[in-house]
Design a protein around this ligand. Structure first.
Ligand SMILES: *Cc1c(COP(=O)(O)O)cnc(C)c1O
Length: 427
């Protein structure tokens, strides 16, 4: 499918049925697969032959959908995981071990921030957080001899900062480590980080890819561009024999194009077992079939809502990289020429009480912790996800008490704006 445009890949990528085979991706609802001899199955265990033996390792439904996501991102291999959290953990842990160090943007999803700063710290993996707007010199200064990966989000959830991917990739490569980018918010329809130098791309497919709030899931894509063997001293897991797999050296046996995902499947999926169920992969694929049609509408609604809010007297500030005055407008013009996503955040004058009154008055937009599905939803971090913080702490974290995050869905933008207008009028 590589010669086709992204719209075609969304619809038909990953799975091309043969004569008389199902038109839609079949759900292979089976934990295990049958073989005539144990010798034949043994070949699969040794990674000497291709095929399926146990769904925790691989399943045809998941592989079709992962192959589609690899085509969309322009990668060489991909795998699905049970959630976005599992995808980011696997992507990082596949190149790190006790004693390693990660350089990460400080502007990332709260769950990933916790994963890296608390849970991975308990595994002996350190982190240095850097500003998403840091200069090349500042980024350089964050690296150590034991740094094994650099991490950031194309558009951060919920801060909506936009990352200078090309700069981050340049610095990561200067220090001989891969750049891992979480591309959940723009999706490959609006940005393909590999084209800007990212080596590994991750997703919470729970968001726009699924797009209907139906199934939690994640994905990891390898660009195939990182030369592990050129940095073999840093990545022994990929470049020296794996005793738990009969002495296979992944980077030799599977090359640059396949080593990362094969190791991630053979070791991390085998041992941690965070698989996506084939049923969920099927739902995810239904979402992917219309991703290229939905994303422009999310952007159109997000832009219209952001413009309306920016002109409203009761609104203090709007964050949306499609607004010319936004701090990230310039960088978004480069990486997101067709727009970013449908998530907008804004500060209502009058703080927490005003935000609460506003949200309670909305009729179409529901109060939810979710973002990025077909139905518009909103959240006031000060009274929900960040309610343990004081007013001062909220200000310091850049999340003022009056901040509302609104994820614009696929409804008519005039209805959304009318809903917001009537709720603001009551504040
Ligand atoms: C939601 C989200 C995650 C976590 O994904 P889950 O599927 O909820 O585990 C990771 N990164 C980003 C950018 C997200 O928005």
């Amino acid at each position: 499918m590589s010669n086709y445009k992204i719209n075609t890949k969304c619809v038909q990528g990953g799975y091309q049925p043969g004569n008389g085979e199902p038109r839609q991706i079949p759900i292979v609802q089976s934990t295990t697969f049958k073989y005539a001899t144990s010798e034949a199955m043994g070949q699969l265990f040794d990674l000497e032959a291709e095929g399926y033996f146990y769904t925790r390792l691989q399943n045809p439904t998941n592989d079709y959908v992962a192959a589609k996501i690899a085509e969309l991102e322009g990668g060489t291999a991909a795998m699905l995981t049970s959630s976005g959290q599992a995808a980011n953990f696997f992507a990082l842990f596949n190149v790190c071990e006790c004693g390693s160090h990660i350089v990460a943007s400080s502007s990332i999803y709260g769950g990933t921030f916790n994963l890296i700063s608390v849970t991975m710290a308990k595994m002996g993996i350190d982190v240095t957080f850097v500003s998403p707007t840091a200069s090349e010199e500042e980024l350089d200064a964050a690296f150590q001899d034991n740094t094994r990966a650099m991490f950031g989000e194309t558009i951060a959830n919920p801060a909506l900062t936009v990352l200078d991917i090309e700069l981050f990739a340049k610095v990561a490569h200067k220090h001989g480590v891969p750049l891992i980018i979480d591309n959940t918010f723009p999706t490959p329809v609006n940005c393909r980080p590999i084209e800007w130098g990212a080596d590994i791309v991750t997703h919470s497919t729970t968001k726009y890819m699924d797009g209907h709030g139906a199934a939690v899931g994640g994905a990891i894509v390898d660009s195939g561009n990182f030369d592990w063997m050129a940095h073999a001293d840093k990545f022994p897991g990929l470049c020296t024999p794996d005793d738990s797999y009969h002495g296979i050296t992944y980077a030799e046996k599977f090359g640059q194009a396949g080593a990362f995902i094969t190791k991630c499947t053979a070791q991390l999926m085998r041992d941690f077992g965070c698989i996506q169920s084939p049923q969920h992969a099927f739902y995810l694929n239904l979402g992917l079939e219309s991703l290229h049609v939905r994303m422009p509408r999310h952007v159109e609604n997000g832009q219209a809502v952001a413009e309306f809010l920016a002109a409203h007297e009761k609104v203090e500030k709007v964050n949306y990289s499609g607004l010319p005055g936004d701090e990230y407008y310039e960088v978004a013009q480069k990486y997101l020429p067709n727009g970013g996503c449908g998530v907008v955040s804004f500060v209502i004058k009058g703080g927490r009480a005003a935000a609460e009154k506003f949200m309670a008055g909305l009729k179409l937009a529901a109060i939810e912790t979710h973002v990025a599905d077909a139905r518009t939803c909103c959240l006031n971090p000060a009274t929900s996800t960040h309610r343990q913080m004081s007013e001062e702490q909220l200000e310091e974290a850049g999340i003022p008490a009056g901040l509302v995050r609104m994820s614009c869905g696929l409804e008519d933008k005039e209805d959304l704006i009318a809903d917001i207008a009537q709720a603001l009028a009551a504040v």
